[in-house]
Design a protein around this ligand. Structure first.
Ligand SMILES: [Zn+2]
Length: 284
């Protein structure tokens, strides 16, 4: 693993249509992520289709759909044509996020936003040149092209990335950096205490991929067991099949080995309780 680093693409990608609108290779190290909005409500496939349209003359590395899926148009090893800036796009992984409504704040769905966070974490894990101001892996945004998180308005007169996403840039940095701190075992700002217990193994590490064809655990079979070598796919399916009275699943089924925030964990807990309340006709 040590030595030559092969440039890779995100394993979150489930649909890929490579665009001819790219420059082969890069003249800079990857040090940035640039977040755009699609300025439209459309499917991932339609976005990837536009990027291969000869009229488009544009592309991005990744597209995040409103349904949380991730598409790819340009591999990370090549420069995409996204940000109206050769200097930025040579240094950046660019992401288009599809909107959930047209106009106004140009919002994106919470599902798309969550996937965007996971995608940024994944990109930072594989590209150590993307750092916070202090050199730790991660993102910082200071409103200038010098930050490791940049946007289109820095380089062109455009509405992109829209007020909704732009207002969340600080939050994106915070969430991405917090997850990276867990994954890399670096807890920013917390001094090491001599004799303290070692940091916990980040969730997801040394968890094997599910082997295709291997029997899936029965739902609930691994409930309550501390078995870090097993991916709890049975419980995952169980949680997706459960529905609150409003028809919401306990988890949305994306990124099964990703980290979750406290906000997400209490939301999932609240959903389980609402199911219990509904079925038992009690109030907890
Ligand atoms: Zn843009």
């Amino acid at each position: 693993m040590v030595g030559v680093r092969m440039m890779s693409n995100s394993s979150l990608v489930t649909v890929s249509t490579l665009s001819q609108h790219r420059s082969v290779g890069r003249n800079k190290q990857i040090t940035k992520i640039t977040i755009h909005h699609a300025a439209g409500v459309l499917s991932v496939e339609s976005m990837l289709g536009w990027f291969v349209n000869p009229d488009a003359r544009a592309s991005s590395q990744y597209t995040v759909g409103g349904d949380g899926r991730v598409g790819m148009s340009v591999e990370e090893k090549d420069r995409a044509w996204t940000s109206s800036s050769s200097a930025n796009d040579n240094a950046a992984i660019t992401i288009e996020v599809i909107n959930s409504a047209v106009g106004g704040e140009w919002p994106v769905s919470e599902r798309a936003f969550e996937t965007l966070i996971s995608l940024c974490v994944d990109i930072c894990m594989r590209n150590p040149g993307i750092t916070q101001r202090d050199g730790k892996p991660g993102l910082y945004f200071d409103g200038t092209p010098g930050g490791s998180l940049t946007h289109h308005q820095m380089f062109a007169a455009t509405g992109c990335p829209g007020p909704f996403l732009l207002s969340r840039f600080p939050r994106i940095c915070d969430e991405v950096n917090a997850r990276l701190a867990l994954l890399t075992g670096v807890s920013p700002g917390v001094p090491e205490v001599p004799g303290a217990a070692p940091p916990p193994i980040a969730p997801g590490t040394s968890v094997p991929e599910v082997v295709p064809g291997s029997p899936a655990p029965s739902p609930g079979a691994d409930l309550g067991k501390d078995t870090p070598s097993v991916w709890h796919s049975g419980d995952w399916e169980w949680a997706m099949a459960l529905r609150t009275p409003d028809g919401v699943a306990v988890t949305d089924g994306t990124d099964p080995r990703g980290l979750i925030t406290r906000e997400q964990s209490v939301s999932m807990l609240r959903r389980v309780v609402s199911i219990l309340e509904d079925r038992l006709e009690i109030r907890l």
